[in-house]
Write a new protein. Structure first.
Length: 336
């Protein structure tokens, strides 16, 4: 089989590897489409130890939609030809492999395969192209769920990438009233606008003025503030938490889903008096997978529109380089 092998900073090579061998309790899946994650971009552009635990000389990729190619003699839960989503945390029966299940390889061996655990059936209403976004969407849905959304509330999402947009979709799905997406890329914000989201380019526009005009105002410890109940950070910029601390209204919530690896200081007295919450969100759970599939199958949003480029596996280096440019790409996929 062909497989993209990570060989270090800005070095990925498509190689021929032996086809996986199916054990008695295993399943082999053939990838149809795979999406490029921001952590794939990070480890490509910056080198090892900057994204998922991608091993130099190893396979990588984890956002994929596949079809069952072979089943072991003891396997009764799956049929050859069935379309499935491999759940990265358990697909390799090793949680350390969540980011490197082989999404950029033609085939993946799923040991000790279990339905609704390592492999999930995908509704027929979800296209192959869209289905490869299930994994990043589950991350965004988890972040939205962690924000404790309530019907009629308002929210802002910083970061108009796949996860940020997924979080915005989830917030609307969970019943929130108004949701705004913020970014510095007009290209990405225009795609979000086409999906009926209110947007703000924080590089060109005053966030406080625009969000107050959109949401209205509410009391904060520092005076009046935008009437935003939930802030979701899908960027990781230091200024976003600072803005929440200064402009978050009383009883507002902040969810961090972006990678923030720098220590921060918090004014706990302010948090106490303002009754604010700071919540972490990482990964996803089965309930997020089910919600994502429900939303994708509904067709309420044209979510496939965020896929702006696709490449064959042979051009994976160019695909990752393209995905690294937010002014020209939103989501980039590999077509098998």
């Amino acid at each position: 089989m062909k497989a993209a092998i990570y060989l270090g900073q800005e070095h990925v090579e498509v190689q021929e590897l032996p086809d996986p061998v199916c054990g008695d309790n295993d399943v082999i899946i053939k990838n149809i489409y795979s999406s490029i994650c921001g952590t794939d971009v990070a480890v490509y552009t910056k080198g090892p130890n900057t994204g998922h635990k991608v091993t130099v000389g190893g396979e990588f990729g984890h956002e994929t939609i596949s079809r069952i190619a072979a089943v072991g003699k003891n396997v009764t839960d799956f049929q050859v030809g069935e379309r499935v989503y491999p759940y990265p945390l358990y697909a390799k029966n090793d949680t350390r492999r969540a980011g490197t299940i082989g999404g950029f390889s033609e085939y993946i061996l799923v040991p000790e395969a279990k339905r609704d655990h390592s492999l999930y059936a995908v509704p027929w209403e979800v296209s192959d192209r869209l289905a490869c976004l299930i994994e990043p969407f589950t991350v965004g849905f988890r972040a939205a769920r962690r924000g404790l959304p309530q019907k009629g509330e308002n929210a802002v999402v910083f970061g108009c990438g796949t996860i940020g947009l997924a979080a915005a979709v989830a917030l609307k799905y969970f019943g929130m009233n108004k949701v705004m997406l913020c970014d510095v890329s007009d290209f990405r914000l225009s795609i979000a606008e086409n999906l009926d989201f209110f947007v703000c380019n924080t590089k060109k526009e005053n966030f406080i003025e625009k969000s107050t005009a959109y949401f209205g105002s509410a009391p904060a410890l520092t005076g009046m503030a935008p009437d935003i109940d939930c802030w979701i950070d899908a960027v990781g910029a230091e200024s976003i938490l600072d803005s929440f601390m200064q402009h978050g209204k009383i009883i507002s919530r902040f969810v961090a889903v972006a990678v923030n690896n720098q220590p921060r200081q918090l004014d706990l007295l302010h948090m106490t008096y303002a009754q604010k919450s700071i919540i972490g969100s990482g990964g996803y759970f089965p309930e997020d997978v089910r919600d994502v599939m429900t939303v994708m199958a509904s067709g309420k949003w044209n979510l496939e529109s965020i896929i702006t480029q696709e490449f064959p596996l042979e051009h994976i280096s160019k695909a990752i380089q393209t995905a690294a440019n937010p002014d020209k790409a939103f989501n980039v996929t590999i077509r098998f």
